[in-house]
Design a protein around this ligand. Structure first.
Ligand code: SF4
Length: 81
């Protein structure tokens, strides 16, 4: 059982996650050349362990990681994928 303050923080983080994912999904509706699920998943796995990722954002390019990894023609700014 977590404290009340931690529960509020967890709820805020979930809201932020939902907001970011909704924004990314909306933007991706206007994009062509989407990456396959496998490609996107392998990229996301690399980003998940990257020190340049801060929460939802890549600090090297400023993109939401979920957005950049979903576009086939994009690449990692530092050559990790
Ligand atoms: S796109 Fe590249 S630099 Fe950015 S978080 Fe992913 S692996 Fe790291």
């Amino acid at each position: 059982m977590s404290c009340f303050g931690c529960e509020i923080n967890e709820q805020l983080l979930k809201l932020t996650d939902q907001k970011v994912l909704a924004e990314v999904e909306e933007q991706l509706l206007m994009e062509i050349n989407l990456a396959s699920d496998d490609l996107r998943g392998s990229r996301l796995a690399i980003c998940a362990g990257c020190p340049f990722r801060q929460s939802h954002t890549c600090t090297k390019c400023g993109c939401y990681v979920a957005f950049r990894t979903s576009l086939e023609i994009k690449s990692c700014s530092v050559g990790k994928w």
